[in-house]
Design a protein around this ligand. Structure first.
Ligand code: ATP
Length: 242
């Protein structure tokens, strides 16, 4: 199967009775070019699942497959996945251009090709002409846009975003969610986007997977989740029940 396939994946921390099962037998797929959001309350296992897909967390069970190949034993840097976290983690002493170009340094590109790709990505995230700006002079929203451009630059075959907008205020988050979706759709980037905010999940994703206590309760298009939640618990997360 093309794209991402998560099969019966479990993630555990610690051993024996003191151990925690953070992800409990989860299966899902993300088709090429699709944006999937993982939605659920704090501690439900979203980040653990994302980290397991990235190869940052060992699997206690199951398989992560990409384009039909089992990724067991393939280290993080060989998966050709992009990662982006809540605080963006930009390099403070590099300007915007060198932040975005970071993942291009090992690729066989001429300087002109690299600069063109950086300029195109900055344009895509609404920061055309920002190349020379110093990171500390950027607003929080601008920093997250630069982080998105940096994550997209090497054209990862899968982009993993962990609460990328959570540090921003609600108004900006809502606007940026739409812009992030537009950038992902335009670049055809296959994406898993972790969030605890249902409005953000609906704004960004083709389908939303709702998680609770390590389990995946339902995966469906935002509209279908709203009109046909599989359980009261799903309805609760979507704000459909008090
Ligand atoms: N390194 C760790 N060691 C032990 N337990 C952990 C570790 N990381 C996460 N957990 C536990 O695993 C469970 C799932 O955590 P995880 O961070 O995956 O959830 P989350 O849904 O992403 O939460 P949040 O939105 O708060 O980040 C929680 O009970 C958490 O306490």
């Amino acid at each position: 199967m093309a794209g991402l396939e998560v099969r019966d994946v479990s993630v555990r921390y610690g051993a024996g009775v003191a151990g925690v099962t953070a992800v409990d037998d989860v299966s899902l797929t993300v088709a090429p070019g699709e944006v999937l959001a993982l939605l659920g309350p704090s501690g439900c296992g979203k980040s653990s699942l994302l980290r397991a897909v990235a190869g940052l967390e060992p699997l206690a069970g199951g398989q992560v497959r990409y384009d039909g190949a089992d990724l067991a034993g393939l280290p993080v840097h060989k998966r050709r996945f992009g990662l982006m976290f809540q605080d963006g983690q930009l390099f403070p002493h590099r300007d915007v251009r060198r932040n975005v170009a970071y993942g291009l340094e090992t690729l066989p590109l001429t300087r002109q090709e690299r600069d063109e790709r950086v300029a195109g990505l900055l344009d895509l995230v609404g920061l055309a002409g920002y190349e020379q700006r110093a990171v500390p002079t950027l607003s929080g929203g601008e920093q997250q846009r630069v982080a998105l451009a940096r994550a997209l630059a090497p054209r990862p075959r899968l982009l993993l975003l962990d609460e990328p907008l959570s540090a921003l205020d609600r108004q900006l988050r809502e606007r940026l969610a739409g812009e992030v979706r537009a950038a992902l759709v335009e670049t055809g980037t296959t994406t898993v986007f972790v969030t605890h905010d249902h409005a953000e999940a609906s704004a960004v994703a083709d389908r939303v997977g709702v998680m609770d206590r390590g389990r995946l309760l339902q995966v469906a298009a935002p509209e279908e989740l709203r009109t046909a939640p599989a359980s009261d618990r799903v309805a609760e997360f979507l704000g459909l029940r008090a």
